[in-house]
Design a protein around this ligand. Structure first.
Ligand code: PGA
Length: 251
């Protein structure tokens, strides 16, 4: 079901004290309408704290930044989708550009991760996005089409409905440069049409598509006002409660 979401991806930031402070300062946040959701996505080791501190708030959920493509077994250092679900996570980010770039995750691996997440009732937040060179050379739609089809288009109509999409142009992540609301809208519309062509118009209309990449209180309202933008995946600005909640207020 199409939802409005603001999700905070902490990446590899904050110590335990800072994590607890941030969680405590957002735990009572309430949206005016019930169809909106705040999602907190801390590093694995803070998931238990996050779940415990936030569990009394029905509008806040917790997600993980990654999961293994394997079910279980001898994979030192890995965390399975089943473990995350068992702990109480609702979401898991899959295919973030930092995972693609630094950990060489490709379509084949991401497809397995998506399958694991769905199998264990976690909602994947599936990220896609082009580099600056790809946009400059007008390859961005082709790149997005390939990232999306390789990891998602094997899914049934029933399962594609479980995916939350996130468009995150690599050139906008952590750079302070945001896609303009028009650029983001055009790309979100492309993603929605892609889903409509592969699946159905109805499924495309029901899909939540988040924008990520230097989203902050100053530009969130404009981005969220676009018809195909259903909220944001927030990195840097999710590390402080005032900026994170200001973005939530913009939803
Ligand atoms: P940013 O990161 O908001 O710091 O640009 C977004 C993301 O990578 O999810």
């Amino acid at each position: 079901m199409r939802k409005k979401i603001v999700a905070g991806n902490w990446k590899m930031n904050l110590n335990l004290t800072e994590a607890n402070e941030l969680l405590t300062s957002i735990k009572d946040y309430a949206f005016a309408s019930k169809d909106k959701e705040l999602v907190v996505i801390p590093p694995y080791i803070y998931l238990t704290e996050a779940i415990n501190i936030l569990k009394s708030n029905p509008q806040i959920s917790v997600g993980a930044q990654n999961c293994s493509q394997f079910e279980n077994g001898a994979y030192t250092g890995e965390i399975s989708a089943e473990m995350l679900a068992d702990l109480g996570c609702k979401y898991v980010i899959i295919g973030h550009s930092e995972r693609r770039q630094y950990f060489k995750e490709n379509g084949k691996t991401l497809k397995l991760k998506v399958n694991e997440a769905i199998k264990h009732n976690l909602t994947p937040i599936y990220c896609c996005g082009e580099t600056l060179e790809e946009r400059k050379s007008n390859q961005h739609f082709k790149v997005l089409g390939s990232q999306i089809s390789k990891a998602l288009f094997h899914l049934s109509k029933q399962d594609i409905r479980k995916i939350v999409m996130a468009y995150e142009p690599v050139w906008a992540i952590g750079t302070g440069v945001t896609a303009s609301a028009q650029e983001a809208q055009e790309t979100h519309n492309f993603i929605r049409n892609l889903i409509a062509t592969k699946y159905t118009e109805t499924i495309a209309k029901e899909t939540t598509i988040l924008y990520g990449g230097s989203c902050k209180p100053e530009n969130a309202k404009d981005l969220f006002a676009q018809k195909d933008i259903d909220g944001g995946l927030i990195g840097g600005a999710s590390l402080k409660s005032d900026s994170f909640l200001a973005i939530a207020n913009a939803l």
